[in-house]
Design a protein around this ligand. Structure first.
Ligand code: SRM
Ligand code: SF4
Length: 571
């Protein structure tokens, strides 16, 4: 294990630490390997590419066939564009749509963190793709890797001072927390190699960047549409009675990744840290990241997120450590209250005479499949009417700044392309999410995006049959325990354990404030509707007024739920 130029020993650190530290600020050999006539990058570059927003993957559907024919894996790349607050201009939308058609797999994927992902890009097309994204004034730098990831925000496009101030705060945080390395520019945009007598510095990230990924979100008081509790740093904009911005409440230490059969890895919800004035939020965010940079575990990547630092050292220690680095006093965090999550779908007024419409996209996949041609339909709307676009944390798309006179045209284009108005989508489907899983995700042990549509339609029909079709129940599925669709914060989570089987998790809530727990492990997907039917029936008869399914299942307890399930099965 090598040492850093300043003599810092890398002894005992994980392999990724020495890759980062010796990469010359994320350059490594990416530029050289890009020129090689090979389908894939080497192992070290694979790790560094993540910081540039690129994942090396292979098409898992084609693995078997490739093996049988003695061929290598079908290597391909996934590009993730970092889109703060999910704000996309019409030009940037069109650029991504173009890339998806020319160089990717013909689909655009809206992620649970308000980004775009492009799957299936070949190595030879990667530079052109990244360049096209930058030409449209977006970047992939920091889309992945051990840095601050995309900063999320409630995407509701309201034209008031509060939302404008929150957007300004986000832009300032993005500027402060984005890596400064010129490597991205040099490699992907053919930037001049800066020759300077001063060595390049990364004031925040230094030589080794963070021990692990770091995620921040910004919510507006009362609306938890961005799943505050899943985040390393969650910021809640608090309002004055007149609706203006009063300050920010900060929570820290949330995280959903865990590993099957490794109890030392766990899911955690963010806990309150402090309240700060509007002008203090950037300093707070930088120092929270700084403490994690200095104290996060660099030996064991499974134990390197902020949630473990806080679990090991305590929230009081963390608060003191952040306080030491600030020249203002942290105020006590304020209590939070949430309304049921608003996904911002359907038509609404923006407050400036314009309208916005939130459009449901199943599992975030903008594609032309059968009668539903959301890719062509959205492209036509964006080209013709040039709305501003916002990506939501539920993998949906909002079109904003629409003149009321244009509404009939938008509706006609939606209808022409089989894009359903949200009112016609059953609630179970509307509030469901799945991660990509197979075939692109190398970590998937089960299907998710391809399995949920079938299951959720069965569950929607079942709920309808029981007269519960109007209930708002969030169902979230992931293809492994990493929790990319935030399954642990839904009313019901399905977490893949092996092909065709899922841990069924219950007892969360629709507001996303409480973790659910394993109710039934390893359930074959075909048995999930019959497992849930008796529970839905008991819920229908036992629930209190306005009680949601998750709250009900948490209140009655798993023992009672199991009794209900058993008696039904033996009946
Ligand atoms: Fe994720 C890794 C997809 C949100 C926790 N996630 C991955 C990778 C990159 C697999 C890999 O490392 O090789 C997946 C790529 C699949 C593919 O083919 O596209 C992947 N994660 C996604 C997306 C696309 C899911 C989606 O349905 O939209 C989301 C992209 C967000 C973005 O735009 O940045 C996505 N991932 C999340 C979330 C939810 C969130 O952040 O709000 C989580 C849980 C929250 C958290 O981080 O604690 C999440 N992803 C993980 C983890 C577990 C991290 C951990 O602390 O253990 C991994 C694995 C890892 O990092 O080692 C992972
Ligand atoms: Fe892949 Fe697992 Fe994330 Fe799904 S939850 S995208 S299977 S890492």
């Amino acid at each position: 294990m090598s040492n850093l130029s300043d003599g810092t020993s890398l002894e005992g650190f994980s392999r990724n630490e020495s890759i980062k530290a010796t990469s010359n600020h994320l350059r490594g050999l990416i530029k050289e390997e890009l020129l090689e006539d090979t389908p894939a990058f080497g192992d070290d570059s694979e790790q560094l590419l993540k910081f540039h927003g690129i994942y090396q993957q292979d098409d898992r559907d084609r693995r078997k066939e490739a093996r049988a024919r003695g061929l290598d894996k079908h290597h391909q790349l996934m590009i993730r564009t970092r889109i703060p607050g999910g704000l996309v201009s019409p030009d940037a939308y069109i650029a991504h749509d173009d890339i998806s058609r020319r160089w990717a797999n013909g689909t655009l994927r809206v992620t649970t963190r308000q980004d775009f992902q492009l799957h299936g890009v070949l190595k030879g097309d990667i530079k052109k793709s990244i360049r096209a994204i930058n030409d449209a004034l977006l970047t992939t730098l920091g889309g992945c890797g051990d840095v601050e990831r995309n900063i999320m925000c409630c995407p509701e496009p309201l034209a008031d001072d509060l939302h404008a101030e929150v957007q300004r705060a986000i832009s300032a945080m993005v500027a402060e927390l984005t890596p400064r390395t010129a490597a991205y520019h040099e490699i992907w945009l053919d930037g001049e190699v800066v020759k300077s007598s001063e060595p390049e510095t990364e004031p925040l990230y230094k030589e080794q960047y963070l021990p692990r990924k770091f995620k921040t979100t910004v919510a507006i008081e009362g609306d938890n549409c961005v799943d505050v509790y899943a985040h390393d740093l969650a910021i809640v904009a608090m309002k004055r009675p007149d609706g203006s911005l009063r300050g920010f409440n900060a929570l820290v230490g949330g995280g959903l990744g865990r590993t099957h059969n490794k109890p030392e890895t766990f899911v955690a919800v963010a806990v309150p840290l402090a309240f700060v004035e509007p002008e203090q939020i950037v300093d707070l965010a930088r120092e929270v990241v700084g403490v994690q940079r200095d104290y996060g575990d660099r030996a064991n990547r499974r134990h390197a997120r902020l949630k473990y630092t806080i679990a090991d050292r305590g929230i009081q220690w963390f608060r003191d450590e952040v306080q030491k680095r600030l020249d203002f006093t942290l105020q006590a965090p304020e209590p939070l209250a949430w309304k049921p999550v608003d996904d911002h779908l359907g038509w609404h007024e923006q407050g400036d005479g314009k309208l916005y419409v939130g459009i449901y996209i199943e599992n975030g996949r903008i594609a032309d499949v059968g009668d539903v041609r959301s890719r062509t339909g959205l492209r036509r709307i964006v080209e013709e009417l040039r709305p501003q676009i916002r990506l939501t944390a539920q993998q949906n798309v909002i079109l904003a700044d629409i003149d009321p006179a244009q509404r009939p045209r938008v509706e006609a284009l939606m209808a022409e392309h089989g894009i359903s108005p949200v009112e016609s989508i059953p609630h179970a489907i509307r509030y469901a999410m799945a991660c990509p899983a197979i075939p692109t995700c190398g970590l998937a042990v089960a299907e998710a995006e391809r399995a949920l549509p079938g299951l959720i339609r069965k569950l929607a029909a079942l709920l309808d049959e029981l007269g519960l079709g109007d209930e708002r129940i969030s169902f979230r599925m992931s293809g492994c325990p990493n929790g990319c669709s935030r399954p642990y914060l839904g009313d019901v989570g399905f977490v893949g354990t092996t092909l065709g089987k899922y841990d069924v998790m219950l007892g969360g809530d629709f507001d996303g404030t409480r973790l659910n727990r394993v109710f039934a492990p390893n359930v074959p997907i075909t048995e999930i509707p019959s497992l849930l039917r008796p529970l839905f029936e008991s819920f229908r008869s036992d629930r209190r007024p306005n009680e949601g399914f998750g709250n009900w299942s948490d209140r009655v307890g798993f023992e009672a739920l199991r009794d209900a399930s058993m008696s039904e099965r033996s009946a």
